[in-house]
Write a protein that binds this ligand. Sequence first.
Ligand code: ADP
Length: 649
Amino acid sequence: MRPVPVVDPLDRRIRAEQIRLLYAQAPLGAVASLLIAPLLALVLWDAVPSRVLLIWLALLETAVLLRLALALAFQRRTRDAAGSLDAWATRYAWACAASGVGWGGCVVLLALAPSLVYETFIALILGGVLMGGVLTMTPVLSVYLAYALPLALPPLLWLLLQGDPLRVAMGASGVLYLFLALGAAHRHHQTLIQSLRLALDNLGLAQSFAKAKEQAEEGHRRLAEQQAALRGSIQAMRELYEVISTPRRHPGEQIQAMLAMGCQHFGLAIGILSHVEGERYEIVQAMAADGGLTPGDCFALGDTYCRETLRAEEPLAFERASTGPRRQHPCYHRFGLEAYLGAPVRVGGRCYGTLNFSDVQPRPTPFTPVDRELIQLMAQWVGGALEQEQMAAAAQRQQTLLAHASRLNTLGEMATGLAHEINQPITAITLYSEMALTRIRQASVEPADLRETLEKIAAQSARAQAIIQHVRHFARQSKPQYTAVRIDELFDDIADFLRLEARRRYVQLRQDIAPNLPPVLADALQVQQVILNLVRNAVDAIADTEGARAIGVSARPDQAFIELAVRDTGPGVTPDLLGQLPHPFFTTKADGLGLGLSISQAIVEAHGGRLWATPNTDGPGVTFYFTLPVATRANLREHPAVALSLETG
Ligand code: ADP
């Protein structure tokens, strides 16, 4: 028996189900045959020779047992590929054919039966067995045919060939029953196939529904994950924004806040900003739960995971070093760091170091893409902040140099006057010395007179020394040093210069410093430079004026500031020029550089103050004002210029 070639997957499955059903019903049919055959033999025991009966029974029961054995073997089979199922169908068809032949062997019993009653009984049993096969074998129609035809044809032929009308009629109705049985089997088979097709279609539908549901659930799960990641990234951005937008006086504080935020966000105990030069890894700022790391601590770069981060030029992250190849890493051996997240920091396009977070405890959850994005952003921000800081420090250095050059220039311009100023006490010293010598030569000197003259000489030489001291002090180059400075002391130190300037143009200089002014937070030298610039400008402006020639210098408190003013009676400044005054290189003087006011403005603003000019309303001339912050504990501790000392490579 050849299996029908099956191509369509659904047909293939239907075929498989048919064969399974065939075998599922096989025990029922086989057991029925096992019981009916002995019953028939028992009824015929006295009518037919027992040897014939026993041979028939043995042959039939062997064939039926074969079917039963096949049914059991089918239940125990391991795999059921479609091909092998077809082989099982073929095997069962052969077994059923053998059974059919066995039942067909009843033709011998018919021939030996002594009466029509026995023959009728045999025919009745055969009809029942034929109809029983319809119920159990129709899942595979060929199996039923293999069973029914050898079963029915021999007895029917025998009956038809007997010649007497009754037996011929029995044979004819048997033929009719055979056709009815085959028709019923075919019908039953078709219905079964349709039911199976319907069931499998339904199953397919149910499966596709289950698959669609699974896909929908998977999509939902992914969406939920994406939402969670999005929420995480919004939260991270908010934290980052809070850190960088909180106003702080110094970028170092912001970086420290960022390290704290990173430790908390990534759930790691250590946060480090490192500076790497060659093989040297230096901690610039650190955040460690146990406080065991301090800025300035140095390590070999190879002993840190940062070497990998710098080589990769992108964020590096791992949660548990001990379970991977990194358990051999020197960093794991030395420090036992399990979890790590780091990113390179670049300043001005060059590699500066790394921003990294780590912990000796493994991280229970894996780092997410958002974590990597976040550390990248943090490292970029830190690089930008360091670059800004470097630029500010460079600008500060430039300004210090420029201010120094400007002071030297001022001194150069005042050289003649200063020489004259120093010359005065020297001339006096010479006169007093000659006078004393003359008296000594004349031996007419009284010790009291001589002491008085010598005291005058000492006073004049102290005076000359003071002037020289002030010049040297004013000419020195130094980094800005912000301290609490008294305004009156500021003026005392440059009194010589101011007087000299006033005398240069026969100008009257008035000083009006309010008593008990609080000290200001300032670099004394730079503020003196501003005052001298303003007074010199005022003197220059007054030079060609007729009438009153006066300059007033004053200082008064104004809330958290001290306001200083230099007022002159010169020609003043036209409103259109007023805005241009502090521009570098703006000058109306033939030999002017146009730098005095711009340097003064930069100095005042670096102090946190303001410089401006207002035309006088109650007389000729203009008044230049500038403010300086009153020194407090807080601003003394936190002044930015003091903190501008992070020197970088
Ligand atoms: P410089 O003194 O070398 O010109 P400054 O920056 O000190 O440079 O001054 C810029 C210009 O501002 C001066 O050339 C002058 O025209 C104007 N100016 C400054 N102070 C006064 C003043 N008190 N009265 C009138 N004009 C002034």
